[in-house]
Design a protein around this ligand. Structure first.
Ligand code: C5P
Length: 219
């Protein structure tokens, strides 16, 4: 690992969960640890990339030489990513909340004798799909997909639907969120590779090597 293979490359990495407020003290979020995204940001920076890590709230140290941009909501994450363009690559590892409360109460919601409140939700923007179709599209856009069944065909469909170049798909029924290890299918327009089970840092190194190879072929 290490080296200068990505010197001069600006790479956006999204990581962690997003947090969607309900009122001043409550929110909707998920269990993303940020481990995989932070490992990828670190592996790219170790190869000389100018990494912009757009991160939801996590309890992890910022990897050396990585520029971290902290966000909370999906809307903030999307805006922060677009503000980093132009970029050579974007790697979307964040677990973005699919929905957010339609309205955010400016005061803490009170418990009453009446029926409990009903949350009305609206869809969040898809940051990976946005970056895949933006005018200043990065040359390489990469996504992740957590699936529970029919991994290969769901992942192929997701890669096409999102418009990204590469998709790393893992079976979360075998490797749940928050684990130390990962096993993925690596999908490109040229086909699918099955990568062996490895630690998240090892997966980050392997992906970073593929990114180096991609940009070597480009010039
Ligand atoms: O559709 P799904 O959530 O399974 O897609 C996962 C991939 O899409 C991940 O790369 C994730 O970071 C990205 N994503 C995103 N914005 C969303 C939802 C997912 O960037 N709103």
């Amino acid at each position: 690992s290490g080296g200068t293979g990505l010197r001069g490359c600006r790479i956006i990495v999204t990581a962690g969960p997003t947090v969607e407020p309900i009122d001043p003290v409550r929110f909707i979020s998920n269990h993303s640890s940020g481990l995989q995204g932070y490992a990828i940001a670190g592996a790219l920076a170790a190869r000389g990339a100018d990494v912009r890590l757009v991160s939801g709230p996590v309890f992890l140290p910022t990897p050396p030489s990585v520029q971290r941009i902290d966000v909370r909501t999906a809307e903030e994450m999307k805006a922060a990513c677009l503000a980093q363009l132009p970029a050579d690559a974007a790697i979307c590892v964040a677990a973005v909340s699919d929905w957010r409360p339609e309205t955010v109460s400016s005061r803490k919601m009170k418990k009453t004798a009446e029926a409990p409140p009903v949350l009305s939700l609206r869809e969040n923007p898809d940051i990976l799909a946005t970056l895949s179709h933006v005018a200043k599209r990065p040359a390489l856009v990469v996504g992740f997909a957590a699936e529970t069944d029919d991994l290969q065909s769901h992942a192929e469909q997701k890669r096409r639907r999102k418009g990204c170049d590469w998709l790393l798909a893992n079976d979360v029924s075998r490797h749940p969120f928050g684990g130390q290890k990962n096993q993925v299918l690596f999908l490109t327009e040229n086909g699918t590779e099955s990568w062996p089970e490895m630690t998240k840092p090892a997966l980050a190194e392997q992906l970073a090597e593929r990114v180096v190879a991609f940009f070597q072929k480009q010039d």
